[in-house]
Design a protein around this ligand. Structure first.
Ligand code: NAD
Length: 321
């Protein structure tokens, strides 16, 4: 079996390969060729940590495995990232462990790839202004992947903690786009594409602020109780997600479902758009929302690519079990 650590993952997986792997697995999920197993996430009562498993099997890509890890809020004081995870890949023919892959960089790049895939398939072709709500660890990854999907000229950003914005501004400047820090209403009024990537537990974008034709990638809500969008906004938009079961239970659409504003049948898996089964955006005026809840198969798909490339480039460490 092979070990592919965090640094090797950075050398093997770029934004383009992550995009391709995530787009392919979303397509496979919608066809029923790949499925995620129920997620386990527990507060372990130690270090205030949340720990869990996300696993699945992709019969088309022959990828079987799990991502294990979670959130250790005290890590920051130790100079470590709060989110920690490792990916285990198994040989689907024998069940033997095939690879251990660092999960931190892969989580960041696959989450960015998911919002990028949604922008690629759902945003207006003439989108020029990107709105960013959130400026934490993930935000720079999301920004970089998003601006490659359209001719983005300007980023408008808001974050609750203003001291975090300069780091995101640096990413934008390095990528060659203008960056302006504004209020949330201004983002709603101007942005053609908006990414929300925060740990908020209440709506940050209200229905009346959003201009027609906007595409929103809601990426922060991945647990019961978290929320970034006004449920009324969700209620009036065309809705897409990575996986419907997660979207209505732990994703952004949980709130509009609970309030009776939408039905499960109003939500389309983005894989249907990728596969050409659903048209996606049908008018320049409609608001589209992608609820990126984060599925284990995204991690497995990108980890599998990382192992393949690392083995080809002789960068993976081979270990006998
Ligand atoms: P982070 O801890 O680095 O940053 C947190 C961000 O949320 C910061 O911008 C912070 O200012 C903001 N924030 C915190 N509390 C807030 C509040 N009450 N209201 C508004 N903003 C608030 O985290 P990160 O790694 O950047 O991840 C951001 C979010 O995305 C987290 O909720 C994380 O769980 C989620 N996430 C989702 C996926 C997915 O696949 N959907 C993947 C990774 C992370």
């Amino acid at each position: 079996m092979f070990i592919v650590g965090e640094e090797i993952c950075k050398k093997t997986i770029d934004r383009e390969s992550a995009f391709k792997a995530v787009e392919a697995v979303f397509g496979a999920m919608a066809k029923g060729d790949a499925y995620n197993f129920p997620v386990i996430r527990e507060a372990i009562g130690y270090q205030d940590a949340l720990y869990g498993f996300k696993s699945g099997f992709d019969r088309a890509g022959l990828t079987l495995g799990l991502k294990s890890g979670g959130y250790w809020p005290n890590n920051i004081k130790k100079g470590l990232t709060n989110h920690q995870s490792t990916i285990f890949l198994f040989d689907p023919d024998t069940g033997q462990l095939a690879a251990l892959v660092g999960g931190n960089y892969i989580t960041a790049i696959r989450t960015a790839a998911a919002s990028a895939v949604s922008i690629s398939h759902l945003a207006r072709k003439d989108a020029k202004i990107l709105g960013m709500i959130g400026a934490g660890h993930q935000s720079g990854f999301q920004l970089r992947a998003a601006i490659e999907q359209r001719n983005i000229e300007k980023v408008l950003a808001w974050n609750l903690h203003k001291n975090m914005l300069p780091a995101l501004e640096k990413v934008a400047k390095e990528a060659g786009v203008d960056f302006i820090s504004v209020e949330r209403e201004e983002i709603g009024a101007q942005a053609d594409v908006i990414i929300t990537i925060t740990s908020a537990h209440e709506a940050l974008l209200m229905k009346d602020w959003i201009k027609p034709g906007t595409h929103i990638a809601a990426m922060g809500t991945d647990t019961k109780g978290k929320q970034e969008l006004d449920a009324q906004l969700v209620g009036q938009a065309r809705l897409f997600t990575d996986e419907i079961a997660q979207s209505i239970s732990i994703g952004e659409f949980q709130h509009a479902i609970k309030e009776g504003l939408i039905d499960k049948s109003d939500i389309t898996p983005i894989g249907d758009v990728i596969n050409g089964k659903n048209k996606g955006r049908v008018s320049d005026d409609e608001i589209t929302i992608f609820d990126g809840t984060g599925v284990g198969l995204q991690d497995l798909a990108v980890a599998s690519s990382a192992v393949k490339i690392a083995v080809e480039k002789n960068l993976a460490t081979k270990v006998e079990l």
